[in-house]
Unconditional design. Structure first.
Length: 390
């Protein structure tokens, strides 16, 4: 058995949470190791895939609106430093609302209070600006002009590459579950090595309940999520940027993105699917899901009702009971942190979360995002799902 160098912090998991945590720790002058079994934003991970929405609307959940506002310029700065500014696509984000929808009304108030830029659009304005979308009577909208899409897989890989340039050591290896309690001195790997560190951050996404089954097996709920890409009619620019925004339909639970990088028109159902295992679940989309998506497209985007599916993906969320993140110490280990529960909305918050976790682990004040947030505690994560954050 070989022991690797003694690190200030070892981060297990190189998804969006782990990679930004490692980056921010290294920026705070810590000596950091980042470890992942399958690679940054790999195809099994919740951070994998082509694209993720970054938006400011969060109903009354002001903390997430402020974290999104904080995160976007940091994503853009890192992409510029990496020479890949196109990893953020400023598509704008359109919320499709109806009547006195409380979530949408709360989003308006919260975004105004937080200083986020948005427009409230009446039905006639929606129909004028977005004729390719069918809006029923009583619909209205919120348009976020500065929001858009993060190119997910490549974005995480860019974070890891920039972290390595700062001095982070990245290793592709599987970590074994720690045992015992008190102060953890080192973790073992599947190849028989040990990694010693002063602190450990487990940011394992849907693998968290597998790494800590007794603690998190009944508190983190990985769910199967299916995504489809539809072909755009030849010569039709209505479903590409700038004519087509990223969009979210809270009532029906669907969301989607315009044709980016010629991948097709993306659409997905945000409602939680069946329980999933990131290592073994089938990655083939089901016929039942396709039927539901096509039915929705025929109503909402009638021009695309006969468009072919050109690609499909199966990934997973790692949901907490209420949709809030999990960022807390392990109750049995003084120097082990649990970071996860992205719950389908976490990707955009990577920079904000990384700063928060780094400040907690290193006990450093002054970033403006350090205050301990009780909503992220382990104690608030229950064994029954009742997601309230979207």
């Amino acid at each position: 058995m070989r022991e690797t160098g003694n690190y200030d912090v070892a981060v297990i998991g190189a998804g969006v949470f782990g990679s930004w945590t490692a980056y921010c720790l290294q920026k705070s002058d810590a000596k950091v190791l980042l470890l992942d079994e399958y690679g940054p934003a790999n195809a099994r991970a919740s951070s994998g895939g082509e694209s993720r929405i970054i938006r400011m609307g969060y109903g009354a959940d002001e903390i997430y609106t402020r974290w999104s506002l904080h995160a976007l310029p940091r994503w853009q700065k890192l992409f510029a430093e990496a020479g890949q500014p196109g990893l953020f696509q400023p598509t704008g984000v359109l919320w499709i609302a109806r009547g006195q929808d409380p979530y949408s009304l709360a989003s308006l108030a919260t975004m105004q209070q937080a200083g986020a830029k948005f427009e409230k659009l009446a039905l006639d304005e929606l129909r004028r600006r977005f004729p390719q979308i069918f809006f029923e009577d009583g619909a209205w909208g919120i348009f976020e002009p500065n929001s858009g899409v993060l190119m997910a897989r490549r974005a995480v890989q860019a974070v890891v590459e920039q972290a390595q340039k700062l001095g982070v050591t990245y290793v592709r290896e599987a970590a074994l579950s720690p045992t015992g309690g008190g102060k953890l001195r080192a973790i073992s790997t599947a190849s028989g090595d040990t990694i010693a560190a002063h602190s450990f951050v487990f940011a394992c996404g849907p693998w968290l309940p597998k790494v800590f089954p007794d603690l998190l097996g009944s508190r983190i709920f990985p769910s199967r999520q299916e995504v489809f890409f539809f072909g755009i009619p030849p010569g039709n620019s209505q479903f590409s940027v700038p004519a087509m925004p990223t969009w979210i339909d809270m009532k029906d639970g669907f969301y989607g993105m315009p044709d980016l990088e010629s991948r097709g028109f993306k659409i997905a159902d945000d409602n939680h699917g069946e329980k999933a295992d990131p290592d073994t679940q089938s990655r083939i989309a089901t016929a039942e899901s396709l039927v539901a998506v096509k039915k929705y497209i025929a109503r909402r985007f009638p021009t695309l009702k006969d468009s072919p599916v050109i690609e499909s993906r199966v990934c997973q969320y790692e949901n907490t009971s209420n949709g809030d993140f999990l960022i807390d110490r392990h109750p049995d280990f003084d120097n082990v942190w649990l970071v996860g529960g992205g719950s389908g909305h976490g990707f955009k918050h990577g920079p904000s979360l990384g700063e928060y976790v780094a400040a907690q682990v290193l006990q450093k004040e002054g970033s403006g995002i350090v205050k301990v947030e009780p909503r992220f505690s382990l104690a608030t994560k229950q064994a029954t799902q009742n997601r309230s954050v979207h």
